[in-house]
Design a protein around this ligand. Structure first.
Ligand code: SF4
Ligand code: SF4
Length: 436
């Protein structure tokens, strides 16, 4: 046996005489006696914990075979995936005027028609394969709840189709949260709504400045009220967008949540992300020039660790460290625009060269246009972070370079932040994450 190519060792001052091993392949971790670690390096087997180390992928019999297995990981994910996932952009209209909206100048009174919704249902039925067990839709906008009747009619049809096939139909809303009233939540839950993802950017003064209603009025209080009224019906995920000057204000948001009684058991999970810069081909009603262009910007490392720590410290849940796979690589995933155009990523809607087809005419081969497998290059193939990254986010490359020819390399970010992120997990949820 030999140390896995994807095992990283970190010092662990918290427990003298031990080191921390993390596997980027399995996202497993273990605290190991230094003597045992030395035995592994010296290939002095059997060692203490050998069976466990092998089971969680820290040691392997053959490095080259292991690398080949990782290079096949995406193929295996695609082979095993039994869910047909579609993101549907129901409209490009919104009752908010967020300062950083990536849909920018594309927005307007543009709605999916009943006819296009019919084509969408036909498309989903035609893509459904016998080995599938789930059909899941994420309804996006603009603001999806401005198309409430369409959500209901599409869901009723797909629910009955799924039932006829003996599979499950579920859906989620990516919503600004302002229209999600209890009556609507109850009605949609009966049709398969499981989760909403809404956005709160910080305490009221920050959130209201970033995400006002079109009228200019603040939206914070409305969203909080709606969450309070609906958390017992569907899972509610809160995402927040921050900028260099705003993330340190998250403690004030948590004070508000506490005051409003929105305790951790009422919120499914929380995650905060930096606002991306808009690409050069986007125009917005408001001049927004802030935003990041690569995760490797030094302030972002501090900000991502700080905001995750705040979530943990207050007892809320946040997504685990896991491989972040660009959905473009998933065979059973499509994005359908309000006008019937088909894409592979919601961020690319409206850019014709990234449209892979249409509901009417079907889907074309997108392997070249979307640079599938762009991580199959010498640098990535030897990189210890490959299973966590697989070439990163193509949209991020597009924002930065104006094309997706190069990978979105996160190595400097992971070099600087990963150790702390793993240690946060150990500190705040050792039982949940199975620290050995
Ligand atoms: S390009 Fe980026 S935003 Fe789009 S699916 Fe891939 S990772 Fe997600
Ligand atoms: S893009 Fe960078 S971090 Fe990702 S696998 Fe390639 S070299 Fe590693």
């Amino acid at each position: 046996m030999i140390l896995s190519h994807y095992s990283i060792v970190y010092p662990y001052e918290e427990k003298p005489g031990y080191v921390l091993l993390f596997s980027t392949k399995n996202t497993s971790k273990i605290l190991l006696k230094e003597a045992t670690f030395k035995s592994i390096i010296n290939r002095d087997f059997p060692t203490e914990d050998e069976a466990t180390l092998s089971r969680i992928g820290m040691i392997v019999p053959d490095i080259e075979a292991e690398k080949k297995e990782v290079f096949r990981m995406l193929d295996q994910i695609n082979e095993k995936n039994q869910t047909l996932s579609i993101s549907v952009i129901l409209n490009l209209d919104c009752n908010f005027n967020c300062i950083y909206c990536y849909e920018g100048g594309m927005k307007g009174s543009l709605y999916m028609t009943d006819k296009t919704a019919g084509l969408l249902i036909d498309f989903i039925k035609s893509r459904f394969a016998l080995n599938m067990t789930n059909i899941n839709i994420d309804f996006y906008g603009g603001e999806p709840l401005l198309s409430l009747e369409l959500i209901k009619s599409i869901s009723a049809e797909l629910k009955s189709f799924a039932e006829s096939k003996g599979v499950l139909y579920t859906f989620a809303l990516i919503t600004n949260g302002s229209l999600f009233k209890r009556r609507i939540a109850e009605e949609l839950a009966l049709l398969g709504l499981k989760r909403i993802k809404t956005t709160i950017d910080g305490p009221p003064e920050i959130h209201n400045a970033c995400r006002p209603f079109k009228s200019g009025a603040g939206s914070f209080d409305t969203i909080i009220k709606n969450i309070k009224d609906t958390w017992d019906i569907v899972k509610i995920s809160i995402g927040g967008n921050y900028r260099e000057g705003s993330y340190e204000k998250y403690p004030l948001l948590f004070q508000h949540l506490k005051k409003e009684g929105l305790t951790p058991e009422k919120i499914y999970n929380m995650s905060f992300y930096p606002v991306m810069k808009n690409p050069a081909d986007i125009s917005s009603s408001i001049d927004f020039t802030d935003g990041f262009m690569t995760l490797n910007e030094p302030w972002l490392i501090k900000a991502s660790i700080y905001s995750r720590e705040e979530i943990f410290k207050r007892g809320y849940n946040t997504p685990k460290l896991m491989p972040s796979l660009c959905q473009i690589e998933l065979n059973n995933y499509y994005v359908v625009n309000y006008d019937g155009g088909v894409f592979k990523c919601p961020s690319f809607i409206g850019r014709n060269n990234f449209e892979i087809g249409s509901l009417r005419e079907g889907v074309n081969d997108y392997s070249q246009s979307h640079k599938l497998g762009n991580w199959r290059n010498g640098e990535c193939e030897k990189c210890v972070y490959l299973p966590l990254c697989f070439g990163g986010c193509r949209y991020m490359s597009y924002v930065r370079d104006g094309n997706i020819n190069c990978v979105d390399c996160q190595k400097p970010y992971l070099d600087a932040a990963l150790e702390t992120l793993i240690k946060q997990d150990i500190k705040y949820r050792p039982r949940h994450q199975g620290v050995q």
